[in-house]
Write a protein that binds this ligand. Structure first.
Ligand SMILES: CC(C)(COP(=O)(O)OP(=O)(O)OC[C@H]1O[C@@H](n2cnc3c(N)ncnc32)[C@H](O)[C@@H]1OP(=O)(O)O)[C@@H](O)C(=O)NCCC(=O)NCCS
Length: 184
């Protein structure tokens, strides 16, 4: 089961940020974050029309992460509002269960104040102490320099690139950059 001790951090603009476990009750706010980031178009795989989550399916997704050994679902909260989330899921098979991939998204108006760092630090601390987890990985758009800088800051290295992995409506392509960090 993936659980953290919740913790309050101070953001760069002097606001308290609570990092806590996600729960089924967060489903609607997470869907809202998803929609808003999807509409920005440059950070997520899905097109806005492919956002098919319902409250029920999102709640199930969150619970699935919480109940699975080696997975984690955490959120950032500012003044009672969920402002971002990070989900980490380890491999399904025995041979891949030591390794997991995460993704994280923060509402536009709350970015660049340190919340991404808080979520990632919390994931890494959890991963270092989780007996199962040895390797943390991610995939990021090659164009997403801000996210890559964040990952490098925490010691992630480039594992490889998938050329022309995404094709946008206007016919342009974006590569995926795969990154990893060993936590044991
Ligand atoms: C990427 C994201 C998660 C980072 O979270 P954040 O709260 O904005 O990041 P932080 O404020 O903690 O900044 C962490 C680091 O990112 C880098 N960074 C932040 N803003 C940056 C910018 N404008 N340009 C380049 N690098 C930047 C810096 O290395 C920074 O470290 P520093 O504060 O020590 O200088 C967040 O911006 C986001 O949700 N973006 C849209 C969705 C997305 O890209 N998700 C990741 C998909 S793989």
């Amino acid at each position: 089961m993936g659980f953290i001790e919740q913790k309050t951090f101070r953001s760069k603009n002097d606001t308290d940020v609570l990092i806590r476990n996600g729960g089924a009750d967060d489903a609607d706010e997470i869907i809202g974050i998803n929609k808003s980031v999807l509409e920005e178009k440059f950070f997520m795989l899905r097109e806005p029309s492919e956002a098919t989550y319902t409250t029920e399916s999102m709640a199930k997704e969150i619970i699935r992460h919480i109940e699975k050994e080696g997975s984690l679902y955490i959120v950032s909260e500012v003044n009672g509002k969920v402002t971002g989330y990070l989900e980490f899921q380890n491999g399904f098979f025995k041979r891949t269960s030591h390794s997991g991939m995460f993704s994280m998204f923060i509402l536009k108006e709350f970015r660049e104040t340190g919340i991404g760092s808080m979520l990632l630090e919390t994931l890494l601390e959890w991963a270092e102490n989780n007996p199962l987890t040895e390797k943390v990985t991610l995939a990021v758009f090659s164009t997403n320099v801000r996210a890559q800088n964040l990952y490098r800051k925490y010691g992630f290295m480039e594992e490889g690139r998938c050329p022309r992995d995404m094709k946008l409506d206007d016919g342009t392509y974006i590569d995926s950059v795969l990154m990893y960090k060993f936590v044991k």
